[in-house]
Design a protein around this ligand. Structure first.
Ligand code: ATP
Ligand code: MG
Length: 402
C-alpha cells in the first residue's frame, strides 16, 4: 500500500469499509459481489479524480489515498457498504493500538463523559479482544482521567481492531446505506414522476443492487408547469448514488393520450387509465433496456388511484413484473428518506396534474376499464407517443442528451 503520512508522525490514516449482508452468500457469489463493490468504489473515486489504492481482506475493504476524510465522504454513498471509518493505522500490538487510542480519544471524549472501547481481533495470536479492550480503555482513562466506562450506553464508542497486517483505531465512523452493490441484481425500469415517492422507490431498488433506467411521462398542457423539470432533477440526483454508471431517462411527451382521456372517457377512470398507459410504455422501454421489472412509487391507499382494487386493475395492463417498494410505507417515512437522499429538496413549483378528475374511481373493475380503453385506441396512442421520446443520460450528477 502507498504510504500516507498524517500530522501525527508514525501514523498513517486508512479508510476502512465494512459490508454487511454479503456474508449471507456462498463464497463464490460473495467474491463476485465484493469485486463489483470494489469496482463501484473505484468508479465513485475516479469520478472525483481521487487517486487511491484498494485492498481487500476478510470482511473488510481498505482504501489508501491522500484525503481519507474526503474518500470516506464519497464512498459513504456506495450501496453494499454498511459503514465507513477513517482509522489511524499502527502495528497490530496491544501497546501500539492503545497508544494510538490515546491520541484519538481526547478529540471526542471529555471529562464527565462515558465511553466504551469496542475491540476486535482477527488472526492475531497472543491476546484476546477483551484484553485489547481493557488495556486500551485503561490507556484512554489515563489521558482523559475524568471519563468513565459504560459498556451499555456509552456517549462515545471507540472502535479498535488488531488484524494480522495492521492495528486500527477508528477516528470517525460514518453510516453508509447498506443494501447490495449497484449492478449486481439485474436492471429495472423505474417510473419517475416529479413527486416525492417515485425517486425514493428508484433509490430503494438501486440500494438493493439493481441497475436502473428511468421513464418520465410528460402530460403536456395537463401536467404541472414544473413537473418535467423536477423529474429530470430527480434523475440527475439519483445518478450521484451510482457514480460512474450512466442512467438513461426516457422522456415521453404523451399529450395525445391526455387529449384522448380528457375528451373521450368517463372522467373518473382517467387516473387508472393513465397509470395503465404509463406501465405499458414502461414495458416497451423495459424491453429496449433489458430491464426485468418495472418499479413504481405506488403506496397502498395514499391517493385515490392507489386502492387495492385499482392497483390490481393497473397491474393487469402489462405482463412484466411490477415492483412497488413503498407499498406499505407511511408518507412521513418516505419523506424522511427523500430528504436524506437529496430528492426532496428538488420538489418545487407547479406539479399539479390537470387531468385528475374531481372524483376519481376508487374501485375500477376490469370490465369498466376495458370499456373505457376501447374508446381511445390504446395501441395507436402508444405508437404515436413513443415516437416523441427523448433520452437524457445522467452520469455523476450531470445530464447529457442522446
Ligand atoms: P409520486 O410522488 O411518485 O408522484 P404519488 O403519490 O403522487 O407519487 P401517483 O401520481 O399516483 O402517486 O403516481 C404513482 C406512481 O406512478 C409514481 O410513484 C410513479 O412511479 C408513477 N408516475 C406518476 N406520474 C408519473 C409520470 N409523470 N411519469 C412516470 N411515472 C409516473
Ligand atoms: Mg405523483
Amino acid at each position: 500500500m502507498p504510504e500516507v503520512q498524517t500530522r501525527n508522525p508514525g501514523h498513517r490514516k486508512v479508510v476502512m469499509i465494512r459490508y454487511g449482508e454479503l456474508f449471507l452468500k456462498s463464497e463464490r457469489v460473495m467474491q463476485r459481489f465484493i469485486a463489483q463493490l470494489c469496482d463501484n468504489i473505484r468508479l465513485a473515486l475516479a469520478a472525483e479524480g481521487i487517486h487511491h489504492a484498494i485492498t481487500t481482506t476478510r470482511g473488510r475493504i481498505f482504501i489508501d489515498g491522500e484525503d481519507p476524510d474526503g474518500i470516506a465522504r464519497i464512498v459513504q454513498r456506495t450501496f453494499g457498504i454498511v459503514d465507513v471509518s477513517v482509522c489511524l493505522r499502527t502495528e497490530p500490538t496491544i501497546a501500539a493500538i492503545a497508544e494510538s487510542a490515546a491520541l484519538v480519544a481526547p478529540r471526542h471524549l471529555s471529562a464527565g463523559m462515558t465511553f466504551a472501547v469496542r475491540a476486535r481481533r482477527e488472526n492475531v495470536p497472543g491476546f484476546s479482544s477483551q484484553e485489547l479492550a481493557a488495556v486500551t480503555g485503561a490507556r484512554v482513562r489515563a489521558v482523559v482521567p475524568e471519563a468513565s466506562v459504560d459498556l451499555d450506553q456509552p456517549e462515545y464508542e471507540l472502535f479498535v481492531e488488531a488484524r494480522d497486517t495492521m492495528g486500527l483505531v477508528c477516528e470517525q465512523r460514518l453510516t453508509a446505506p447498506g443494501g447490495l452493490p449497484y449492478a449486481t441484481q439485474g436492471r429495472v425500469l423505474a417510473l419517475l414522476s416529479g413527486g416525492i415517492d417515485s425517486p425514493v422507490a428508484s433509490w430503494q431498488m438501486m440500494r438493493r443492487g439493481c441497475a436502473v433506467s428511468h421513464l418520465h411521462v410528460h402530460a403536456g398542457p395537463w401536467g404541472g408547469a414544473d413537473t418535467k423539470g423536477v423529474a429530470i432533477e430527480h434523475h440527475r440526483i439519483l445518478s450521484t448514488w451510482c457514480s460512474g454508471f450512466s442512467i438513461p431517462l426516457h422522456l415521453v411527451d404523451a399529450t395525445p393520450f391526455y387529449e384522448a382521456i380528457t375528451e373521450r372517457i368517463e372522467p373518473r377512470y382517467r387516473c387508472v387509465l393513465c397509470k395503465r398507459f404509463m406501465l405499458r410504455l414502461g414495458e416497451l422501454f423495459a424491453t429496449e433496456n433489458q430491464a426485468i421489472a418495472l418499479v413504481t412509487g405506488e403506496n397502498l391507499g395514499q391517493v385515490a388511484s392507489q386502492t387495492l382494487v385499482n392497483l390490481a386493475a393497473i397491474s393487469g395492463s402489462v405482463q412484466i413484473p411490477i415492483l412497488r417498494p413503498l407499498i406499505t410505507y407511511d408518507k412521513q417515512d418516505i419523506i424522511t428518506i427523500a430528504r436524506s437522499i437529496g430528492t426532496y429538496a428538488a420538489i418545487h413549483g407547479d406539479l399539479k396534474c390537470r387531468a385528475v378528475p374531481r372524483y376519481p374511481a376508487t374501485a375500477a373493475l376490469a370490465d369498466a376499464v376495458h370499456r373505457e380503453e376501447e374508446k381511445i385506441r390504446v395501441p395507436d396512442l402508444l405508437t404515436a407517443v413513443r415516437a416523441h421520446t427523448r433520452v437524457l443520460h445522467a452520469l455523476n450528477g450531470k445530464i447529457r442528451e442522446e
